[in-house]
Design a protein around this ligand. Structure first.
Ligand SMILES: Cc1ncc(COP(=O)(O)O)c(C=O)c1O
Length: 394
């Protein structure tokens, strides 16, 4: 198969990001030359151990944690599973979990399968969201009970970018003696996080969402929090996660965390301004289009827009002709186009949920790319609407 990346306009950074050139440069020697096992007694392996320790410091620095609170995993999904299953094993008598209706499948599908995985019956409360994708803290407070083992609430939504009030929610859980996990896979590197100021027990992050490679993640476990490993085996990660470390990717993640800290201002100013220009331009130019998700309580890089009476997948195919990469809120499953569970939870009408497109930017995007997309999108939507039996003009 021929591969190409000619002049691609990449606006799908919530799906995955390019590896930053500086990150690639930092990791390469650990693939080519320094291939020793960090657990080995010889100097050749030991030096790799020192490099791992540096990466642990770099990750800890980005999120305001201590290095010993960082456990490297294979991905965000593993970190999510580990946190939730650890809490259930720590408190086997507690059979209740509180989460939301808009979690990533890494948490959503785990919660749907808990009875099978643990051999126990569990009760899961899935908090509702409003039309802006926001939670009701009154409903949350009522959901917390003496039987609740853990709360798992994402920091920021992968489809809409909506940010939840994690600080307040973690505090409320702590007051009830309940463990709190946040899936911060989409938030880390995009918004400042300081775990020293928060009552969070577990936090998940993933390398490939912040310009490090795929296949590396982190689970933060607050010092003093009871922890039961998911993968048992060797003594790696102080016995918290067996398996020889994915050394080069971990070192890459460390460097990516340093870069993310340096670029945090750019992300929250220039990238945010580009996102706003794209969003405002599209909403003004395309009739019957709307933003999905709260206007301000949102990641700076994400814009989810519905174009009524067109199919998201058809839009993506047309965008693809111009090498513009984004995502749609509907997935083609078993022949039927199912709108996303996130948009359905927000009550977005079917005609709009089907035509939703998520643009997710990064600091590599330029104003020229935004202008190009703004020039092409109205024509794409108009041509598709002309083919739609439901479109009767605006
Ligand atoms: C919010 C969220 N959680 C978890 C994951 C899963 O991360 P990974 O791909 O590293 O398993 C993703 C990936 O899209 C995500 O967006």
């Amino acid at each position: 198969m021929e591969l190409h990346n000619d002049a691609v306009i990449y606006m799908d950074n919530n799906a995955t990001t390019r590896i930053a050139p500086e990150v690639l440069e930092t990791m390469m020697p650990f693939l080519a030359d320094y291939y020793g096992n960090p657990s080995s007694m010889h100097t050749f392996g030991g030096q790799v151990g020192h490099a791992l320790a540096k990466a642990r410091d770099q990750v800890a620095n980005l999120i305001g944690a201590e290095p010993e609170e960082i456990t490297f995993t294979s991905c965000g999904t593993e970190s999510d599973s580990t946190a939730i299953l650890s809490a259930l094993q720590t408190y086997p008598e507690k059979r209740h979990i509180v989460t939301t209706r808009v979690e990533h499948p890494a948490v959503k599908n785990l919660c749907e399968n808990l009875d099978r995985l643990t051999g126990h019956k569990h009760r899961v409360t899935r908090l509702k969201v409003d039309a802006d994708g926001m939670l009701d803290l009154g409903e949350y407070e009522e959901a917390l009970t003496d039987d609740t083992a853990i709360v798992s609430v994402m920091w920021a939504n992968n489809e809409t970018g909506v940010i939840f009030p994690v600080a307040e929610m973690a505090k409320m859980a702590k007051e009830r003696g309940i463990l709190f996990h946040t899936d911060a896979v989409q938030a880390v590197g995009k918004v400042p996080i300081n775990l020293k100021d928060l009552e969070v027990d577990f936090l998940s992050l993933s390398g490939h969402k912040l310009h490090a490679p795929k296949g590396v993640g982190v689970l933060y476990v607050r010092r003093g929090t009871m922890f039961v490993p998911f993968l048992t085996g060797g003594h790696q990660e102080k016995g918290r996660r067996g398996g020889t470390e994915n050394v080069a990717s971990i070192i890459a993640l460390g460097k990516a965390c340093d870069l993310a800290a340096e670029r945090m201002d750019d992300e929250n100013t220039r990238v945010r301004a580009l996102r706003d220009k794209l969003e405002e331009g599209l909403l003004a130019a395309v009739p019957r289009s709307m933003r999905n998700g709260h206007q301000t309580e949102r990641l700076p890089n994400t814009s989810n827009i519905s174009f009524e009476f067109v199919e998201g997948e058809a839009i993506l195919l047309h965008m693809n002709r111009y090498n513009i990469c984004a995502s749609s809120g509907s997935a083609c499953t078993s022949g039927s186009l199912e709108p996303s569970h996130v948009l359905r939870a927000m009550g977005v009408p079917f005609t709009a949920a089907h035509g939703s497109i998520r643009f997710s930017l990064s600091s590599y995007n330029t104003e020229a790319e935004i202008d190009f997309v703004l020039a092409k999108m109205p024509g794409i939507i108009e041509s598709l609407r002309q083919m739609s039996p439901f479109w009767k003009g605006n």
